[in-house]
Design a binder for this molecule. Structure first.
Ligand code: PGA
Length: 257
């Protein structure tokens, strides 16, 4: 029922030539693998990557968005601008934005609503930091982020979102939450969606894991029924490792649920 998603977050990496090359290599690497693959390059490489992906089933996503359609917001990029570039997905509330730019839950919720209204699928990042995990507050933290991000959405809208459980301590650190931990938290996300929007919506929402995903640990997540894919940072910057992750997922037979 839920199709697997593997999304690449290139963060602030790649100038246009590098992005074109990487995207073209990924097209070859993942050819024929029945998983939704999404590339999220920096804004400056979106047009270049869009043309490199033309004719392939790989989707284009952005790493951030503003909630207004247009106006006096110097330096911001709106949902219709992303759609115009060929984006169908957008990352919202990545922990680097929450931590380094102070993005709060209310801002995330506005971005989610604006993205959906423009026809984009938001990939909403949630997760606890290390002190919160140590204090046993993971469920509480993730549940409150999920609840806030779905504020004001009707059932049809809520069913379209994707959540990525990204424990802050696992991002770019080489430490990853194991498959069982990721599945437990994805289950909590689904429970929270069920409370706010009902069981049917909760069954349809896709939940990913992100944080130091590599070719050698992807199988651990693919074997968990509650984990529907992965959001990959560092390992998505080489087509060979990203390709190995996508194929590694499919090899576990979780490509098309
Ligand atoms: P990482 O990043 O795979 O490099 O840990 C994941 C992310 O930030 O989305």
């Amino acid at each position: 029922m839920r199709k697997a998603v593997i999304a690449a977050n290139w963060k602030m990496h790649t100038v246009m030539g590098e992005a074109r090359q990487l995207a073209s290599e990924v097209v070859t690497e993942v050819k024929g693998v029945p998983v939704d693959v999404i590339l999220c390059p920096p804004f400056t490489a979106l047009a270049t990557v869009a043309s490199a992906l033309a004719g392939s089933p790989i989707h284009l996503g952005a790493q951030n968005v503003h909630w207004e359609r247009e106006g006096p917001f110097t330096g911001e990029i709106s949902p219709p601008m992303l759609v115009d570039l060929g984006c169908t997905y957008v990352l919202v509330g990545h922990s680097e934005r929450r931590q380094q730019w102070g993005e709060g839950d209310a801002e995330v919720a506005r971005k989610v609503r604006a993205s959906l209204a423009a026809g984009l699928t938001p990939i909403i990042c949630v997760g606890e930091d290390w002190p919160e995990r140590e204090r046993g507050e993971t469920q509480q933290k993730v549940a409150s982020q999920v609840r806030a991000s779905l504020d004001g959405l009707d059932a049809a809208e809520a069913a379209r979102v994707i959540f990525a459980y990204e424990p802050v301590w696992a991002i770019g650190s080489g430490r990853h939450a194991d498959g069982e931990t990721a599945a437990t938290v994805c289950g909590w996300i689904r429970e929270e969606v069920a409370i706010s929007h009902g069981d049917d919506v909760a069954r349809r929402v896709r939940t990913l894991y992100g944080g130091s995903v590599k070719p050698d640990n992807i199988g651990d997540y693919a074997r968990q029924p509650d984990v529907d894919g992965a959001l990959v940072g560092g390992a998505s910057l080489a087509a060979t490792s990203f390709g190995a992750i996508v194929r590694g997922w499919a090899a576990e037979g979780r490509a098309q649920d």
